[in-house]
Write a protein that binds this ligand. Structure first.
Ligand code: NDP
Ligand code: A1CAB
Length: 271
């Protein structure tokens, strides 16, 4: 489906690189199908050296021959960047934005022409094909546009389509979530070190505990609370650890972390 499509990534930073490298490594796209832009020439040169993907700092020229334009700049500079490209885009092209907080309505207004637009919210585990992407589409899109977006993001992990009203929550949980989990992994590994484990062993053990626990939730379909109860032997050791987590307010803190990230995501679109 994507074999003859040309894709321009506007703003090839961390996420642009994550997506491009996966598109290439899975054979979904060839380097000739990809083009990138960045602010600095050094970043453009980096993409050429590392992936053989050509690029430039000229956003308007970069979108002209693309079938799909993937907007990966920060939401704060979206109005400026869209103003640069909008006169070079036509209705045969599909615009996909991964920008946090920047709504389909804002995107459509900034582009002026009624163009097919899709919002996508991926996350960094996309780099290894373990990503999660949520899609929402604008009112000019048809089934083909959604199928293209799905085919693209299916190569980086799981994909689902949701109403746009959920996007700030999706951003706070699914896109920011990996950072929260890395912090948990880091902290638990420190716990192992505190108890005398070598650091590398500690990190391996906590990583496997996280992978195993995540797979248990995904594959057994059981509620996490039930799975937690299976670990927690009466008068055993786990309950003492859980008590410390409750004393430290882990659950409240986690809920607030997602809520705060979602609140900030919403705010980003208006800056
Ligand atoms: N990081 C994440 O986990 C996720 C991020 N997102 C969204 O992805 C987007 C990018 O985030 P991220 O990759 O982390 O950010 P980065 O800061 O790594 O990337 C932004 C890129 O934009 C480029 N850029 C800046 N100004 C311009 C310009 N005028 N024209 C063209 N390119 C420009 C920068 O170029 P240069 O390198 O030359 O400075 C940089 O490469 C954001 O909108 C974010 O909300 C969505 C989901 C997850
Ligand atoms: O922190 C951010 O703003 C971006 C969007 C979601 C994940 N990273």
């Amino acid at each position: 489906m994507l074999k003859d499509k040309k894709i321009t990534i506007i703003g090839a930073g961390k996420m642009g690189e994550t997506l491009a490298s996966r598109f290439l490594s899975t054979g979904t796209l060839s380097r000739d199908q990809l083009f990138i832009t960045a602010k600095h020439e050094s970043r453009v040169a980096y993409f050429d050296e590392k992936f053989g993907i050509k690029g430039s700092t000229d956003n308007a020229a970069a979108v002209k021959n693309a079938d799909i334009i993937l907007l990966c700049v920060k939401p704060q500079i979206a109005p400026k960047v869209i103003e640069l490209i909008r006169e070079s885009i036509n209705q045969d092209q599909l615009v996909i934005s991964i920008m946090a907080g920047y709504t389909l309505e804002q995107l459509q207004k900034a582009l002026v022409l009624p163009l097919p637009v899709i919002r996508a919210m991926p996350n960094t585990p996309s780099e290894i094909g373990a990503g999660m992407t949520v899609l929402a589409s604008g009112n000019q899109t048809n089934g083909d546009h959604i199928a293209f977006a799905k085919a693209l993001f299916d190569t980086v992990g799981e994909t689902t389509v949701l109403d746009e009203k959920y996007f700030d929550a999706v951003t706070g949980l699914s896109a920011s979530g990996p950072a929260f989990i890395y912090m948990v992994i880091e902290a638990l590994a420190e716990g192992g070190v505190k108890c005398g484990l070598p650091r590398d062993v500690s990190t391996t053990l906590v990583t496997q505990a996280c992978l195993g626990a995540a797979r248990m939730v995904a594959e057994t379909g059981q509620h996490p609370a039930i799975l937690k109860d299976h670990v927690t032997t009466p008068a055993g050791c786990t309950i003492d650890g859980l008590l410390k987590l409750e004393e430290g307010g882990l659950r409240v803190t986690m809920i607030k972390a997602v809520d705060e990230a979602a609140r900030r995501a919403k705010e980003l679109g208006g800056e």
